[in-house]
Design a protein around this ligand. Structure first.
Ligand SMILES: C[S@@+](CC[C@H](N)C(=O)[O-])C[C@H]1O[C@@H](n2cnc3c(N)ncnc32)[C@H](O)[C@@H]1O
Length: 265
């Protein structure tokens, strides 16, 4: 099971030209290629595809959605915003908006804010506490030009489809989080963080954002970590160790994705 749903397994194949993770064996690569071939020669018209995504979603990608649901359920009675640090193509944000629509369609106070450069990792953010690799490098996880505009349009569609479409609930902030996040909290002093999802994978930006988040949580807020204890991405763990005394905080692992963790404040 863990082989099916490891983080790298989830992220490796989607866009961006990343090579498959080394743990993915040759047999699995061939199986994946078969899925891509089947997808490309699908007989379904586009409008049917949109309501039959389950035909193509792999268990690892499905598990990621279930994991987001697992986290969302923990904040149903917690006030405040959902903040996502590290969006890539923004799927986590769109799924969260749809979970909001399912779980609390009439919570008019819930907002989601997502942060990313939309240009991948800034070279200046990669430091000694991080481990460079084919993925962790300047520009790693870059998306296409003007992608933030496309994501905004997609977010608008989902908001229009869901309850309370008249209230703008999702915002994306483009730029280096070491600048944009402190500025965001300064300009939006009413902000309470209900859920913060960390997937920056680097020490310095994680530390800057976590510092801000911790000042704006309530007891019960949930902080989600994508790479805690991961030897390939040591920066996230280093940032947490600096800002919290580990044996004093309640960090738990997900029941869906064994390598994801969360801290209930
Ligand atoms: C691992 S990816 C996020 C993947 C996403 N959570 C998902 O599962 O689809 C890490 C993201 O963090 C962003 N990032 C890393 N350092 C950043 C920084 N200093 N400022 C803004 N974004 C940053 C990268 O651009 C990249 O999109």
């Amino acid at each position: 099971m863990s082989d099916l749903i490891s983080k790298k397994d989830t992220t490796a194949t989607v866009g961006g030209g990343y090579s498959l993770h080394s743990k993915t064996d040759e047999r699995k690569k061939a199986v994946r290629k078969n899925l891509l071939d089947l997808f490309r020669r699908r007989p379904l018209p586009d409008e049917h595809l949109l309501t039959n995504m389950g035909l193509y979603i792999r268990s690892s990608a499905l598990a990621k959605i279930f994991f987001l649901d697992e986290m969302y359920r923990k904040i149903l009675d917690i006030p405040g915003k959902i903040m996502i640090f590290g969006l890539w193509w923004g799927q986590d944000a769109i799924v969260m908006e749809n979970l909001r629509a399912m779980h609390e369609p009439y919570n008019h106070a819930r907002r989601l804010v997502g942060f990313d450069t939309f240009e991948g990792y800034p070279e200046s953010s990669i430091g000694d506490a991080d481990k460079r690799s084919d993925i962790i490098k300047g520009g790693g996880y870059a998306v296409s030009e003007d992608y933030c505009d496309y994501l905004n349009a997609l977010a608008q569609y989902h908001e229009d489809e869901n309850a309370m479409y008249n209230i703008k609930k999702m915002t994306f902030v483009k730029g280096d989080v070491t600048e944009t996040v402190p500025r965001y909290f300064a300009e939006n002093p009413e902000t309470i963080v209900a859920l913060a999802y960390f997937d920056l994978a680097l020490y310095e930006p994680t530390k800057v954002c976590l510092e801000q988040v911790l000042k704006n949580c309530v007891k019960g807020s949930v902080i989600v970590f994508d790479e805690l204890g991961d030897a390939d991405y040591p920066g996230e763990t280093a940032a947490l160790k600096e800002l919290a005394q580990l044996n004093q905080v309640q960090v738990r692992r997900s029941q869906i994705l064994p390598d994801r963790s969360y801290w209930v404040i």
